[in-house]
Design a protein around this ligand. Structure first.
Ligand code: EPZ
Length: 418
């Protein structure tokens, strides 16, 4: 179990390259199953979730090859419809393979998906949506079995704008018979990316990024090459790092459009942020006003995936902040660890009440999920003194070269294998 050793308290200066979005690449990999032809994903990050998803594709019979950060997938020989339980438990996004596998093979079998322990994470909307599309779904002994002669287009109304359910249904509907309309669809930029990629493969999808997505099923999809959208959550993590440590950062391959809610909050606390071409520039002093209220909500609201880093930032802002986590039931596991670093936080249900302190002090802390691990790392590089952050397996799920990028901006951070 690797850990970081960090000497905190230095400002950050430099330029950081933002990776392609983990939450865009994962559904693109599921889409590759829908064609027998070759698919190429450029600038594909070699993070643990992607490597696990590539392993699942291999188990389905796809041939995969890496050349640098270019991933090629040949689905021609794919014939297995069962997603291995061990890998499904590793990876929440394995669930949206249901849509593409059942559309390709008429069958799909998967163990209940795992992923970061941030809440109940039901998949009822995925399964009820697939049933609307004519898929027979059985749930037994921790497994889900899907079968159907042919996926049939239908109207689906989601009870909540679930990202994964929207993606699963788009994947199932792309080669269905007839039209599918998904209402109350999630509007995240990663959904737009999936639409763009599938349309490049010959699909007929419109409305991605709005709450109504229409899919006219086509007989078959052909191969395609694609460069995924940049990772707005990684970019947001580095913007918050600059706000916590002070200094100036330039983020390359970053799109400020996808981060409007965070940029607004950071400007509120007196960070200077501007964008030019595909770069975002941030300049922050030592003085930070408190953001007073941060409420997570579906896109374009404040992203739940940046709640933990924002909570860490609020700990060292002047004044009080309330952070409300509306999407997941237990996404405050980073709070006890921040308190060990001197933070003043009280959690009641889905709200965290934070009183800003001048600075945090170093401590030995432990990550328990991906974004919480990133938040603890930012807290440690901004704190006075030495810290360790243990169990980097979570951070490795979603951030490529995290310590390398932070070190290149002046942070004293190194990884130690234990
Ligand atoms: C995606 O998860 C992301 N993961 C998450 O990022 C992100 O936090 C989340 O969307 C919200 O933006 C990937 O894209 C791989 P949801 P997903 O379905 O699809 C409820 C990260 O750190 N819900 O939009 O699992 C659910 O309980 C990860 O990169 C149902 O009730 O999220 C939650 O309250 C963490 N029934 C809300 O919807 C369902 O069938 C949002 O979940 C599905 C979801």
């Amino acid at each position: 179990m690797d850990k970081y050793i960090i000497e905190g308290g230095r400002p950050l200066y430099g330029e950081v390259e933002i990776q392609s979005a983990k939450n865009a690449v994962l559904p693109l990999l599921a889409a590759a199953v829908l064609t027998e032809e070759r698919v190429v994903i450029h600038r594909c990050p070699r993070i643990r979730d992607v490597l696990n998803m590539v392993q699942i594709l291999g188990e389905l019979g796809c041939k995969t090859k890496w050349v640098g950060d270019e991933l090629t997938i040949d689905g021609g020989d794919a014939a297995n419809h069962e997603i291995p339980a061990a890998l499904a438990r590793e990876l929440r996004s394995s669930v949206f393979l249901l849509g593409s596998v059942v559309a390709r093979f008429g069958r799909a079998r998967i163990a209940y998906p795992g992923g970061c322990d941030i809440g109940l994470r039901p998949i009822d909307l995925h399964l009820s949506g697939l049933r609307r599309l004519g898929v027979w779904v059985a749930e037994e002994g921790g497994y889900i079995d899907c079968t159907c002669e042919k996926v049939r287009g239908a109207e689906v109304v989601l009870d909540c704008p679930s990202v994964g359910a929207t993606e699963n249904l788009i994947l199932a509907a792309a080669t269905a018979e007839g039209r599918t309309v998904i209402r109350n669809a999630a509007k995240e930029p990663e959904i737009v990316d999936l639409q763009n990629f599938l349309n490049r493969m010959g699909a007929k999808i419109a409305g991605g990024g709005t709450s109504v997505v229409a899919v006219d099923g086509v007989r078959r999809l052909h191969g395609a090459e694609y460069t995924p959208v940049s990772d707005r959550i990684e970019a947001g993590t580095f913007l918050i790092a600059a706000a916590m440590c002070g200094g100036e950062l330039a983020l390359r391959n970053a799109n400020p459009e996808n981060l409007a809610s965070l940029v607004h909050k950071l400007r509120e606390i007196s960070c200077k942020i501007h964008a030019k071409d595909d770069k975002i520039y941030i300049q922050c002093g030592k003085r930070r006003l408190s953001p007073s209220l941060v409420e997570t909500s579906p896109y374009p609201g404040f992203p739940t995936d940046l709640q933990a880093p924002m909570t860490a930032l609020a700990c060292i802002c002047d004044g009080a902040t309330v952070v409300v986590e509306n999407l997941f039931e237990t996404r405050f596991k980073h709070v006890p660890e921040l308190i060990r670093m001197g933070a003043d936080i009280t959690v009641r249900g889905r709200s965290a009440f934070i009183r800003g302190v001048p600075c945090l002090h170093g401590a030995d802390v432990c990550a328990s999920d991906l974004r919480g691990g990133a938040a603890l790392t930012l807290a440690a590089i901004s704190a006075e003194g030495q810290s360790t952050v243990t169990d980097l397996s979570y951070i490795d799920r979603g951030y490529s070269d995290f310590e390398f990028k932070l070190r290149s901006a002046g942070a004293r951070i190194r990884r130690m294998r234990v």
